[in-house]
Write a protein that binds this ligand. Sequence first.
Ligand code: TYD
Length: 215
Amino acid sequence: MTQDDAAPGHFISFEGIDGSGKSTQTQLLADKLRDAGHDVLLTREPGGSPGAEEIRKLVLKGDPDRWSAETELLLFTAARRDHLERLIEPALADGKIVICDRFADSTRMYQGVSRGDLRGKVDTLHSLMIGREPDLTLLIDMDPAQGLARAKSRKGTEERFEDFGTDLQEKMRAGFLELAKQYPDRMRTVDGTATVAHVAAQIWRIVSAHLDKAQ
Ligand code: TYD
């Protein structure tokens, strides 16, 4: 699968550590874009398509050591391939704005850096099986202690990654900021410690400028 720059839609991903406020902000952005008359698909990873949601259940539930980082890499990539084929690419071809809560940058960080030294394998598998980057990626940056407190307060059953603790989240924060330097053309960093409204305003400025430029 190759990057389809000719597709009329826009592909926007959100990244950040657990509890950084991505789900709130993706929802607010989707609402605002719809109010402005855009056709929006709001989706998330792992998951999004029925097959990928099945894989989500496998990877997010159970003991933290249920899978090795290598097996996780394969599972997340399989889920992404299904999501891309069945949901994201058709939506982009229809001219929609696709907002995705996490995409390949999460694999670069979680499986590539924090859970093992697999970054080379992550990139190879990505170019073999995915071959597509978002047009714009919003990185919500924040202090891991604050993020983890939020994530834990949700008390869900999908806690495998949240159980890894603050050290992992610290490593991830640094890794995400490094990644933003590696992909300056598509990645923008937003200060996630501000109020929800202020973070949403920062995001709106970046997305509006991106859409204006793309016209
Ligand atoms: P989720 O409950 O959606 O967390 P969040 O709201 O923080 O996004 O769980 C997603 C978890 O899966 C999260 O801890 C990050 C992890 N993950 C990976 O390890 N690799 C990946 O490729 C993706 C997409 C997510």
